[in-house]
Design a protein around this ligand. Structure first.
Ligand code: PHE
Ligand code: ZN
Length: 872
């Protein structure tokens, strides 16, 4: 393998040239597309006065090149596979350039490509350079005009960013002209051409402007856009009310495409979405998918301010837009649905995925300092940990100051490309708080560990908590400093939350401790009974806590804690104790009894409790999280312990589970939040019951499958049947019926693939291989690869980590093949193998061997970075 170059944050230099105006003409032909550009270039006073202009460009056929009216000769410029250098250019000039590209052959889905019958683009992060030669970096912001030309009658829809200036037919060609008045970096450029249907609506902004809203899809999917439209309008209103942000253009367009590497893209005025993140209909979409649509629609819309109007100076600042926008969409979802459940989902994701990333070879700070391939840095660290960092800032400032600080940020930097530090600076200026130590959250990688010990002095009525922080080393960063950790805490007595007094000051029943030193002791006064500490309330910081809970303390928090996250977390701790005892072969009787009784009590209180919260409290810690608790985890033992506990809980609690399942039937109708909550609880109960070898429970699932009038119920029943070991024959029938019914709905077929790839028992590897040959499978479509291969590798811990190691080898072979077509997807699929060091030697060796086998191939830059970092 020859190593690609590394880009360093420390090497950042202002661009030598700026592009005032960008005029693009696309001539779409069958088989190829010609792109003509006119770039109005001016020297950047902040540059170094370099004599030559160096543009980015990859996989382009250069057809013509001129400066102002003068055609350039061969000695005036030079091309390499990555650049075009034009020698000795003037201070200010128009560069005319014509390139030919081949969208039909573009399998990487970056730049201009075809998805089904339509053309679409994906330019973030560095895809624009596959369209034409350009200064393809986010700190070069330009005003774009786009002309799209195609033979008249070929496409009903021809879109680009901004407003449509004209739409005419001349000499048998349709010519559509777009203009975006807002300056933007090239990564926000978009173009779409196809034969699409459109759902339209309007939104009146807070200042009274009418905005046209359009969602474009294939005609067959038009009835699946109403929910996305409602979500969009809610998001627009929410951003006005919560952040004072109003939409700026007259038109906001969303286009759904089948082939897309990610979830969606915030191109100015023309968002492009993976169909999986926009289409939704109760018959064919699960509740979880509805919520994903609502969240992603909001996320991309919110980018219009946090990303587009104010953008990133360079890609090291990616979290400036992504962290902030994830925080914004997460708060939006919390306001629209159950806040507690949203917080639990976010915390669970951080804990079971981001902490694992932090412990692996790809660990990086929220603001990385180097990369080989930026596409590898669209990670849970940049997105989710970045959002947690913004959340901590919002909490440190409080709602009123945070709002003033974001107002300042948006007004001061409107139309500019800025840094994470500029953002923190606004927080600092408005609050007057010193955030110097807090800034380490951006530069220091890794998960802080908090070791917590306590003591209670009954005579002096004092309870003290001692907190020691320590962040384990990460690749390239061995020395770690103490961070500023906002640590929200309460104390629970027998009857509920205790009043808190620190240094004679009354703190109510909940307080945020500022943990800033390596070790700190906090003394609570006037504590009248030995408390159960409720720690890291609402997951107030992305840290791991280690505190030795006594069983009665956990019981108390599970039943009494007013913080949904802490209730759930106490239950997770109790389950974790039981599971780890089982894995370690320890006697577990008392712990099991406490757990069973705690769940029994919860199930009995289902009528007085948020059913969605209760459902999330029933789910066992996932395997990935359990593995992360061990220096060398045995994946087989982990899966076994988890399955056994599931069985045991089902057996002991079947009466209560069945009762819950039956009593909630009536409440589980329709699309309201309480109905969704009731469904999630019922279906969690059903999945438990199906663990048991019991014909009655199987027939309940069978009935639910057959009679369901919504996808949540139908699919939950299908999954319960397929994943249960005792229901094989019924499950096979159901699978067939499901395929029969839904074979024309691509997204549902993907769920059908996924449910089979994640079955925790049997020879799933063989079945996964068979699925790859199914007529509905398409190896060029990222959603299909995710539904089969990624689902198997990431969500089927038991079968993926089969001790034969064959699944590892299978994954490596698939990835080597996919890398030839789509490096971004290949490199993402590799993640589970990069965690080889987490597992016992036998597994670790087999995983490493699979990784090593990849070095025999000609690897993409994306793959090279991940493989080489994982093996070193
Ligand atoms: N910027 C997109 C988002 O909203 C994600 C994305 C990145 C999409 C790169 C495509 C390519 O998060
Ligand atoms: Zn985003």
């Amino acid at each position: 393998m020859s190593s690609p170059t590394v880009t360093y944050l420390a090497d950042y230099r202002a661009p030598e040239f700026l592009i005032e105006k960008t005029h693009l003409t696309f001539e779409l032909h069958e088989g190829y597309t010609d792109v003509s550009s006119q770039l109005t270039l001016v020297r950047n006073p902040q540059g170094t006065q370099a004599a030559h202009l160096v543009l980015h460009g990859e996989q382009l056929e250069l057809l013509a090149l001129a400066i102002d009216e003068r055609t350039l000769n061969a000695e005036d410029y030079q091309t390499t596979p990555l650049n075009l250098t034009v020698y000795n250019v003037p201070e200010r000039f128009v560069l005319h350039c014509k390139t030919r590209i081949y969208p039909e052959k573009n399998t990487a889905l970056e730049g201009l490509y075809r998805s089904g019958g339509m053309y679409c683009t994906q330019c973030e992060a560095e895809g624009f350079r596959k369209i034409t030669y350009y200064l393809d970096r986010p700190d070069v912001m330009s005003e774009f005009e786009t002309v799209i030309i195609a033979q008249a009658g070929t496409f009903s829809t021809m879109l680009s960013n901004g407003n449509c200036v004209s739409d005419t037919v001349r000499d048998g060609n349709r010519i559509v002209h777009w203009h975006d008045p807002f300056k933007k970096p090239s990564y926000l450029f978009a173009l779409v051409a196809g034969n699409l249907a459109c759902l339209e609506d309007h939104f009146t902004t807070q200042s009274g402007r009418q905005v046209l809203l359009q969602i474009y899809t294939e005609a067959k999917d038009q009835d699946k856009c109403h929910f996305a439209m409602q979500s969009l309008k809610k998001a627009m209103r929410w951003d006005e009310q919560t952040y004072g942000r109003e939409y700026d253009l007259d038109r906001f367009m969303i286009v759904a495409v089948d082939d897309f590497n990610m979830g969606a893209m915030e191109n100015k005025g023309l968002n492009i979405f993976n169909t999986a993140c926009v289409l939704a209909h109760p018959a064919s979409t699960t509740d979880a998918a509805f919520q994903r649509v609502e969240g992603v629609i909001a996320h991309e819309y919110f980018h219009n301010w946090s990303g587009n109007r104010v953008t990133c100076r360079d890609w090291f600042q990616l979290s400036l837009k992504e962290g902030l926008t994830v925080y914004r969409d997460s708060e939006f979802s919390a306001d629209m649905n159950s806040r507690a459940v949203k917080r639990i989902e976010d915390a669970n994701l951080i804990r079971s995925v981001q902490f694992v990333e932090d412990a692996g070879p790809m660990a990086h700070p929220v603001r990385p300092d180097s990369y080989m391939e930026i596409s590898n840095f669209y990670t849970v660290t940049i997105y989710e940990k970045g959002a947690e960092v913004v959340r901590m800032l919002a909490n440190i400032l409080g709602p009123e100051q945070y709002r003033r600080a974001t107002d300042l940020y948006f007004s001061r930097f409107d139309g500019q490309a800025v840094t994470c530090d500029d953002f923190v600076q606004c927080m600092e200026e408005v609050s007057g708080k010193d955030l110097q130590q807090f800034r380490l959250w951006y530069s220091q990688a890794g998960t802080p560990h908090l070791q917590i010990s306590d003591s209670f002095d009954a005579d002096r009525q004092q309870y003290s908590l001692t907190i020691r922080q320590h962040t384990p080393a990460t690749p390239g960063q061995t020395e770690k400093k103490a961070l500023h950790i906002p640590f929200k805490t309460a104390l629970y007595g027998d009857k509920g939350a205790l009043p808190l007094t620190i240094n004679g000051q009354n703190k109510g029943t909940e307080t945020t401790l500022d943990i800033c030193q390596d070790q700190q002791t906090i003394v609570f006064e006037q504590v009248t009974e030995a408390p159960a500490p409720s720690l890291l309330r609402s997951f107030s910081a992305p840290v791991k806590i280690f505190y030795d809970y006594q069983l009665p303390q956990l019981q108390r928090l599970i039943l009494l804690d007013s913080d949904g996250f802490c209730r759930w977390d106490a239950m997770q701790s109790l389950m974790r104790i039981v599971l780890c005892n089982a894995i370690d072969g320890k006697d577990n009787h008392t712990e099991q009894t406490v757990l069973i009784e705690a769940i029994r009590q919860l199930l009995a209180s289902h009528s007085t409790m948020d059913a969605a919260l209760l459902a999330s409290m029933l789910s066992l810690p996932n395997e990935q999280y359990l593995a992360s608790l061990y220096a060398k985890a045995d994946p087989v033992a982990i899966s076994q312990a988890r399955t056994q506990l599931q069985n045991q809980l089902a057996a002991e609690l079947q009466t209560e589970l069945l009762h819950c399942y039956q009593i909630l039937q009536d409440q589980a109708q329709g699309l309201s939040a309480p109905a969704m909550a009731a469904r999630s609880l019922r279906n969690a109960a059903l999945a438990y019951l199906l663990q048991l070898d019991n014909a009655h429970y199987r027939s309940l699932a069978q009935q639910q499958f057959a009679q369901a009038d919504n996808m949540t119920n139908q699919f939950s029943a299908l999954r319960a049947l397929v994943h249960a070991e005792h229901a094989h024959a019924i499950a096979q029938e159901a699978l067939q019926a499901f395929y029969q019914q839904w074979q024309h709905e691509t997204l549902v077929v993907n769920m059908w693939f996924q449910v089979q790839a994640t079955r925790p028992w049997g020879n799933v590897l063989q079945e996964v291989q068979n699925l790859l040959h199914h007529k509905a499978f398409d190896a060029r479509n990222p959603n299909k690869l995710r539904a089969v291969i990624a689902a198997f590798a990431n969500q089927n811990f038991a079968r993926f980590h089969d001790k034969s190691g064959k699944a590892y080898q299978f994954l490596a072979e698939q990835i080597a093949d996919i890398d030839q077509r789509n490096p971004q997807i290949a490199s993402r699929l590799l993640t589970p193998l990069t965690h080889w060091h987490q597992f016992t030697d036998t597994h670790a060796t087999l995983m490493r061997t699979a990784l090593e086998s990849l070095t025999q191939h000609e690897l993409s830059k994306d793959m090279y970075e991940v493989v080489s970092k994982s093996l070193s």
